[in-house]
Design a protein around this ligand. Structure first.
Ligand code: B3K
Ligand code: ZN
Length: 878
């Protein structure tokens, strides 16, 4: 059975799971305008009685209700026992004579046994729900699709000591004590909603409370519920929520629509958070923060995710999705909205750079691999597999391009029309595009291809100069992707400026909109050949091939007035050099001159008084190993690591005085020396640079870096400094490493979110024995696969450690394949998240590719795989 050369199908007697296709959409045969739910809560046997008012929309059709892992305990129609029903697989099919009925179904579920964390489950003694996308059917039988909108009334009863707090969507309408130490509460949500937005939480929780007065003067009570003891760490989340509510009124004219807004933080959660109407449920990771335990990135992530979920109240809840193929309708738009919010709250250019970095690290590889799909997919087996960087982040970029082309005022007219036109509806991506077209007055006919075609377009740029005329020829290629061998040209808006070399100025930015496969743009009035800065602000999510000489890149890195373009020039300078080095195309002289150019650009940036430290920090981050790998075919991850670290060490030595000075200067800010912690940009910038300086010093002079890192660790009054120092120590083979790790574990024992950091730092470290460390950590008493944050901390950290994951022995691949097989029966949707990195085997040199493929085949040979893992593995094998 271990014959690696056999095709996977031979090992897989199970029939392939049927695909759901976008074009097969049909309106529902029945609607459910109202549902009353009654929960008798108990950790191991919760009884659910659901009463559905159903109305027929198609003649003769039976009522088909989805279920998953549940059975009918009792069923009645219009108050009478009803026997005309059958099971069709997981579906409950009820024959009904009339056009309107009241159907009551009882089910009994076991939340404690629900390790998939979908439906109603237990987390740390709490009971909570996660219903998107198809979890509601694990609670009760229902037409579990987003175009069935219902009014929900929810009653919960349970032991008062065990579940003192009982929450659901909407408003609390009644509560009281019941028999034998129980109590009950009734909640009523006045807004129609699909089943995926249903939520219930019961348990011992404390609330931090505040309020917000909306633009029409209504007071909204806000509460963030956490486990007792955690309430001191909710201030930042609450501030973020209030800021989000104000921002959505100002930026999009969207006002909140209930008298209360509740958030609950739970420790076991598959995703980051969930936008249930009036009752958001969050992963603790995106709520809890204080300076000692959360780093600056955590603070940003909390602000962004709190905003994201809040913004869904309009983009997702008031206007929801017709079907799951439209997921980007709510996710792409809401990511754009949270990106715009965070840009307004902090440094817009830094935020843009971070967002592009995420896109390139997570979405570009997806778009060039076997799991590539359009932002509006055409087919899926398991929808959980489509909560992807493509649907979310590329989806946001696509809508951002509409904004770029229309300008913000017209874009706002488009979104206003969208919300007005589709309020209360389950809409499609097409509805969104049409509303922008009509509201903003723009023709998006060809632009719609962004919803249809997968793959990152590549733009080849050639420039010619003669007399005073510049011709810029742009050629687009959209690569073939699975199921889409031939592509049509896209609409690609590129913000462009031509810089005069002598004055380092340009005479105004142009928005070049490329619509053909190839187009030449002409500019006059350039006596000398300019330096072209193109895709400024990253106006289109494309891979740009604009071959510029090192000197031109150094010029743009120093002078471009678009901060993103300046950063980009720096990145391109480094990428060009490293790609040439990795592929052995550099002579010794070329290596020296390449390094010299990079050193010059770095020196300018480090010393530039016009830059703030937050931005300076962005400029000096070397392109990630994953992004470098994207530029190579085939990839040898060992070479990528060696050359990237080699350059880092060279920069560490070449600029050692600058790094020392930087570390000395920043150490005085927001460390123990300053005595106060602040999230202001100056303190944050200092913290960012402090660790970056250490990183370069560590690559060049480990002994000095160890001394400085140990001091930074000891002096730290905040997690950013402490974690940064520990990260640097963690990559070095030194007793200080062990001492700091032990101190960290002791200091933060019992704080799960910080212990997650302890696991991921070691898994992602540059230490030569990282792979052994991961193996040992998997056996650590604090390690568990039952908690998604912990599982991700160790194994996502490890997979991001490309040199370790791609160890030529294949041990990293084996470990991940074993993990997938062990995790799959516990939590299939989480297990499936670990498949894509193995699925990229075609990108790698033949030795590694064969090993990776072999592991995928070993997984595929298992007949009991979840639908989630099965889909990802079989698509990866192709
Ligand atoms: N809408 C949720 C996603 C839940 C994922 C379920 N597999 C989070 C968000 O995007 O806001
Ligand atoms: Zn979302």
């Amino acid at each position: 059975m271990n014959d690696m050369s056999s095709p996977p199908a031979v090992h897989s007697p199970e029939p392939a799971h049927a695909a759901t296709n976008r074009l097969d959409y049909r309106v529902p045969d029945w609607q459910v305008p109202e549902i009353a739910l009654d929960f008798a809560l108990s950790p191991e046997a919760t009884r659910v009685r659901a009463t559905l008012s159903v109305t027929r929309t198609a003649p003769n059709a039976p009522l088909r209700l989805n279920g998953d892992g549940i059975a009918v305990a009792t069923l009645s129609v219009d108050g009478q026992v009803h026997n005309h029903w059958d099971m069709d697989g997981n579906d409950l099919v009820i024959m009904l004579p009339g056009d309107r009925h009241e159907v009551t179904i009882e089910t009994v579920i076991n939340p404690v046994a629900n390790t998939q964390l979908s439906g109603l489950y237990a987390s740390n003694g709490l009971l909570c729900t996660q219903c998107e996308a198809e979890g509601f059917r694990r609670i009760t039988f229902f037409p579990d699709r987003p175009d069935v909108l219902s009014r929900y009334q929810v009653r919960m009863s349970g032991d008062k000591a065990q579940f003192p707090v009982l929450l659901s969507n909407g408003n609390p309408v009644a509560s009281g004590d019941g028999p034998a130490g129980t109590h009950w509460a009734q909640w009523d949500d006045p807004w129609l909603k699909p089943s995926y937005l249903f939520a219930l939480v019961a348990g011992d929780l404390v609330a931090q409370r505040d309020s917000f007065v909306t633009m029409s003067g209504r007071k909204v009570d806000l509460a963030i519920y956490v486990r007792p003891g955690d309430e001191t760490r909710t201030d930042h989340a609450m501030r973020s929520l209030i800021a989000s509510m104000a921002w959505d009124e100002k930026a999009y004219g969207r006002e909140y629509d209930l008298d209360l807004f509740n958030i609950v933080a739970v420790s076991d959660f598959n995703a980051g958070a969930m936008e249930n109407k009036g009752l958001n449920v969050f992963n603790t990771r995106y709520i809890l923060a204080d300076p000692e335990t959360a780093n600056d990135g955590d603070y940003d992530a909390i602000e962004g995710v709190v905003a994201h979920e809040y913004f869904h109240n309009w983009s997702g809840n008031r206007v929801t999705c017709r079907d799951w193929f439209q997921l980007s309708l709510k996710e792409g738009f809401t990511v754009l909205r949270d990106q715009q919010f965070s840009a307004d709250r902090g440094s817009a250019p830094v935020k843009r750079i971070e967002d592009v970095r995420v896109l390139r690290a997570a979405q570009f590889p997806e778009d060039s691999g076997p799991l590539a799909h359009p932002i509006r997919p055409d087919s899926y087996q398991e929808i959980s597999n489509f909560y992807t960087a493509t649907v979310y982040n590329k989806g946001a970029e696509v809508i951002r391009m509409m904004d770029v082309m229309t300008g913000p005022e017209r874009f706002r007219q488009g979104t206003d029309l969208y919300f007005d036109r589709h309020d209360g509806q389950a809409a499609t991506c097409e509805d969104f595009v049409k509303a922008i077209e009509d509201g903003a007055g723009i023709d998006l006919a060809q632009f719609r291809r962004w919803y249809e075609q997968a793959g990152t377009p590549r733009i080849d740029v050639t420039m010619a100069h003669a007399g005073d005329t510049v011709t810029l020829t742009l050629k687009q290629t959209v690569p073939p992707t699975p199921g889409q061998p031939d592509k049509q040209p896209m609409v690609i808006p590129l913000r462009t400026a031509l810089f005069d070399r002598a004055t380092a100025k340009h005479s105004g930015e142009h928005l070049l909109v490329l619509t053909d496969a190839e187009h030449t743009f002409t500019f006059t009035g350039h006596a000398t050949a300019p330096v072209v800065s193109i895709n400024r602000g990253f106006s289109a999510p494309v891979a740009l091939n604009n071959p510029l000489a090192d000197a031109d890149l150094v010029f743009l890195a120093a002078h471009d007035d678009d901060p993103f373009a300046r950063y980009e020039a720096m990145q391109q300078l480094v990428v060009q050099h490293l790609v040439a080095a990795i592929t052995d195309k550099l002579s010794d002289t070329a290596r020296d001159s390449g390094r010299a150019a990079i050193g010059e650009a770095f020196a300018k940036v480090v010393a530039d008084p016009a830059l703030d430290d937050l931005m300076r920090g962005e400029f000096i981050i070397l392109p990630g190993e994953g992004y470098l790998a994207e530029q190579l075919d085939p990839v040898d991850p060992g070479r990528v690591r060696a050359e990237r670290e080699g350059l880092k060490a060279w920069l560490g030595t070449h600029l050692s005085e600058a790094w020392r000075a930087l570390h000395d200067r920043t150490a005085a800010i927001s460390g123990a020396a300053s005595g106060t912690f602040s999230l202001d940009p100056v303190s944050r910038g200092a913290r960012k640079l402090k660790t970056q300086a250490l990183v370069y010093l560590a690559a060049a002079d480990p002994a000095e870096a160890i001394r400085r890192a140990a001091a930074q660790y000891a002096a730290a009054d905040n997690m950013t400094d402490r974690q940064g120092a520990l990260m640097v120590l963690c990559g070095l083979d030194t007793p200080e490493r062990e001492a700091a790790l032990a101190d960290f574990a002791r200091r933060f024992a019992g704080n799960a979110l910080v212990i997650d950091k302890w696991f991921s730092l070691q898994a992602a470290s540059l230490h030569p024995h990282a792979i052994e460390h991961v193996k040992a950590l998997a056996k650590h008493p604090e390690f568990t696969l039952a908690n998604p944050n912990r599982a991700r901390a160790l194994y996502m950290g490890f997979m991001a450690n490309t040199a370790a994951f791609h160890d030529p022995s294949g041990e990293g691949y084996r470990m991940i394949a074993d993990l997938i097989l062990t995790l799959d029966p516990i939590n299939g949707s989480l297990a499936a998240r670990f498949v894509p990195p193995l699925g990229r085997f075609r990108k790698f040199e033949p030795g590694r590719a064969a090993l990776m493929r072999g592991e995928l085949e070993r997984i595929a040979a298992v007949t009991t795989l979840s639908r989630d893992v099965r889909e990802q593995v079989s698509k990866s094998l192709g």
